[in-house]
Design a protein. Structure first.
Length: 238
């Protein structure tokens, strides 16, 4: 199950942080590391800080965009250190770990961490199904990247070890991230054709609709119904 839990680092500036993250992951039994557009690829400094976790480091997959890193994931949890203009489904570290472990048997699940200085952009956070916030000291809330990864990875491992004592539950089938993105593209195109979204002045409509559907978390069958509704509207318009 832990092999399906993916740590995704976005646009990391310092290679040493990548190495420290690899070490934090391996101590908790995680091995899937994705690097999205790192400023510099892992080097000898990263290897030194990875210590005995160079296997995690060397097997890291490097991609250009967050979309590529999470395309085949069903659950995507993005870390957020501050409140945003639009509230997203928000989890604590324990809740996030529980969701990740519950859904990992069905498809890969990702935990996404942003830049050292500025975290994830609003656009990147909108690609996540949930947000997670580590409730640190409000007077000094500065966690470095490896600390944040270690905190969430620890919660995942503790709940993984306790999983044998929990009764099995029937799991719903949820769409993958790439399926959701296709739905959002279809939705925006259809709303543009109906005139609901004004193409030159789209405003925050799609951001709010993304929030709505991420909060509702439609299952795969429900998303197919929504796609069918949009297709019927498209046909009627044409």
């Amino acid at each position: 199950m832990l092999e399906k839990i993916r740590i995704v680092l976005v646009n990391t500036s310092h290679t040493g942080n990548i190495g420290s993250v690899a070490r934090a992951m391996k101590t908790m039994g995680l091995s899937e590391l994705y690097l999205v557009d790192p400023v510099q690829e892992p080097d000898s400094h990263a290897s030194a800080l990875a210590a005995g976790a160079t296997d995690v480091l060397y097997n890291a997959k490097i991609v250009s965009t967050l979309s590529e890193a999470i395309a085949d994931c069903g659950l995507v949890v993005g870390t957020s250190a501050r409140n945003r203009t639009l509230d997203w489904p928000l989890l604590g570290p324990r809740e996030a770990a529980a969701k990740v472990l519950a859904e990992a048997p069905n498809y890969p699940a990702a935990m996404v961490f942003g830049r050292e200085s500025s975290g994830l952009t609003n656009e990147e956070l909108q690609q996540c199904t949930h947000h997670v916030h580590i409730p640190s000291n409000p007077d000094y809330s500065s966690l470095n990247l490896a600390m944040a990864v270690q905190t969430l990875a620890y919660e995942v491992r503790m709940q993984f070890l306790e999983a044998d004592t929990q009764p099995d539950r029937e799991q719903s089938e949820y769409p993958l991230a790439e399926d959701l993105e296709r739905f959002y593209v279809h939705l925006e195109e259809t709303l543009g054709e109906t005139g609901f979204i004004i193409k030159n002045h789209p405003g925050q409509v799609m951001a709010k609709l993304r929030r709505l559907f991420n909060r509702a978390r439609p299952e795969s069958a429900e998303l197919n119904i929504l796609r069918g509704i949009l297709t019927s509207i498209d046909k009627k318009i044409k």
